[in-house]
Design a protein around this ligand. Structure first.
Ligand SMILES: [Zn+2]
Ligand SMILES: [Zn+2]
Length: 321
């Protein structure tokens, strides 16, 4: 008996979206489990849902509870300035405001009403964005730098990417919120890592520096780094685990923030950066060698940054008034 119709439909769309179970697993994992995995992946990454938003808030909540529960109290005992101790809360408030804005704001959805306005904003490069093309799903003319988001089922002006963490597209209208959200999230992870490290270093410095211990063989030894790590992990397991997590998070977020700032400074979207190497001349598909994509939208560092915070469409509308 074949799979039910709903499964078949889901599998069809998963194949369209690119989700496939690798051949090696298809022999090991039962077919029903494969279907369940594909459906889960499709739900997580190809539908708008709250899973990653909830996961984001739970992880952030856990880190802040741990910070308030243990590190804040210990740091106060060690007389760390309140100015530094309250920094993570300030960052949290700003971060949550911009996280909410990134989730709920309109990224620049193209509609019949604003289609003609967006068509005037950016020049068509005839490589990545040819003139006079229509979106086959929305049946709207495609402005330069726009893209149809298959998750949200809409065309977005200056489409950057669809972010599962905010369950929204990032486009011309909300790129500024997303950048500040990313900046404050990275800053709060770094601040947490610094505060935890300061606490552990101060503790080691004041209590354990140049102390001795008796090892398993009964020898008197000066405390070394291995002993210190073991001691700290056994005495403060939650703080050390949190420190490890926020350090990894800071590196990942820091790297992504640098990439986002590079794109902002050079006036590129993630979509353009990704497709840059694959751009083919639309009029000569028979030409074997791809055309080199040239970014024609960059107008200098400050002008590019300004475009993130004041979208080009808003600048054009302001000029008309
Ligand atoms: Zn579309
Ligand atoms: Zn989207």
């Amino acid at each position: 008996m074949g799979p039910p119709e709903a499964w078949r439909r889901a599998l069809k769309s998963q194949t369209r979206c690119g989700w496939r179970v690798p051949a090696v697993f298809s022999y090991i994992i039962p077919e029903c489990l494969q279907r369940a995995m594909l459906r889960l992946l499709h739900y997580l990454f190809h539908t708008r849902n709250y899973t990653f938003i909830i996961l984001h808030l739970v992880l952030q909540g856990m880190i802040y509870i741990e910070y308030t529960w243990e590190i804040l109290g210990y740091c106060q005992e060690l007389e760390v300035s309140l100015y530094y101790l309250l920094q993570p809360y300030l960052l949290l408030i700003v971060n949550l405001v911009f996280f909410t804005l990134s989730c709920v704001s309109n990224p620049g959805t193209i509609t019949k009403e604003n289609e003609s306005l967006f068509l005037q904003i950016y020049e068509f490069d005839e490589v990545m964005f040819p003139k006079d093309t229509r979106c086959s799903t929305c049946d709207l003319r495609k402005p330069a730098r726009s893209k149809h988001c298959s998750v949200c089922n809409r065309c977005v002006h200056r489409f950057d990417h669809h972010c599962v963490w905010v369950s929204n597209c990032i486009g011309a209208w909300n790129a500024r919120y997303f950048l500040i959200y990313l900046l404050t999230l990275t800053a709060s992870a770094v601040t947490m890592a610094v505060m935890s490290t300061v606490f552990l270093v101060q503790l080691v410095w004041s209590d354990l520096y140049l102390e001795t211990y008796v090892d398993d063989l009964g020898h008197l030894r000066v405390i070394d780094i291995i002993f210190l790590i073991q001691y700290l992990f056994l005495t403060f397991p939650r703080i050390v685990s949190m420190l490890g997590f926020v350090v990894v998070l800071s590196i990942l977020l820091g790297g992504y923030l640098c990439f986002a700032l590079y794109l902002a400074a050079t006036n590129q979207t993630t979509n353009e950066w990704y497709r840059g190497d694959q751009a083919w001349c639309q009029h000569c598909p028979h030409v074997a060698k791809p055309w080199i994509y040239r970014n024609i939208h960059s107008h200098g560092f400050w002008s590019n940054l300004r475009e993130i915070f004041v979208p080009a469409a808003a600048q054009v509308e302001r000029k008309k008034k």
